[in-house]
Design a binder for this molecule. Sequence first.
Ligand code: NAD
Length: 356
Amino acid sequence: MTKRIAIIRGDGIGPEIIAQALAVLDKVAEKFGHTFNYTEAPMGGEAIDLFNDPLPKSSLDTCLNSDSVLLSAVGGPKWDNVSKELRPERGLLRLRAGLGLYANLRPARLFDELRDASPLKSSIIDNGIDFVVVRELIGGAYFGEHTTEKRDGEDYAQDIMGYSEHEIERIAHVAFQTAQKRQKKVCSVDKANVLDSSKLWRKVVTRVAENYPDVILSHMYVDNCAMQLVRSPSQFDVIVTENLFGDILSDEASMITGSIGMIPSSSLGDGTRGLYEPIHGSAPDIAGQDKANPIGMILSTAMMLRYSFDMPKEADAIELAVDKFLKEGFRTGDAMSEGKTLLGCCDTGRAICAKI
Ligand code: NAD
């Protein structure tokens, strides 16, 4: 098969980790007889420097004309003081909206080999951690109106959090369909005791559930969910929630599984094209030092092969290579523990390629 992939090299550690992910993809292409054609689409800090725009039209067009998009991470202190519209994150929000990617899937799985890296007690993680957060990505407070004005002589700021029925419906379908391929349990997280947008969320998710009688639906308030994630994470299979709650809960979920450098994510819309990226940022503190963990980026390519290209064997090959790498005791600095062998970003990529 031949596929066109848009590549956003990103900022900070971005170029280092994406180079390793592309080496892994090239290895998969060679082994399984595919052709992956890459086209660069500058976004974030790099695009601000080149085009004074965090998402130039040419980059969005490249992404729209590709079968899928691979992104490392964008941003860094260099662009912290640019105007709101020019910030690197703005490019990311515009890209998600431009591609119509409303569902963000973040798996949280505790690798057996990394049990020591979890901050939770072993009695809590004995039953394992293996769930997916399905986060609504282009609605809610991040996309509502943001205003700051003077009221009664002082600054007053507000951000509008709103959802329409169809926005909730489509993300609920993604959650139930994801659960059907897993343990068939969906926990919908909201704040329906306070927020109108959450009351509507709960009503619509409950209605959509009627289409999936094989899936068990439960509801949980977001504050309770934040607590349950550290008290008893094994109870979860699929968590579905709105944009802001999902942003916070999925970071918490990544932390309890060990290193933030290990976790991939996918953002999907109505078609098969997706945006695949690790969940971490551009880690400017370790950029250019060959210290970054490329595994979250590499596992993002596996998700792309599985969800956008329908290449499950190829995805399995990458995930198995990562499992083997960890089982043999290799670690990057962020996941290092006693008795393990420390490798840099390039050697980690090379070792994983060799295991495919
Ligand atoms: P971060 O995720 O970049 O870093 C947090 C900590 O985790 C740092 O100590 C970093 O060294 C470490 N870390 C992150 N990824 C790692 C990896 N792959 N290997 C080893 N260690 C890793 O978060 P931050 O410091 O809050 O943000 C840095 C920049 O990234 C900011 O400009 C922020 O806006 C941006 N950011 C971008 C995205 C994105 O592109 N999706 C997401 C979050 C943050």
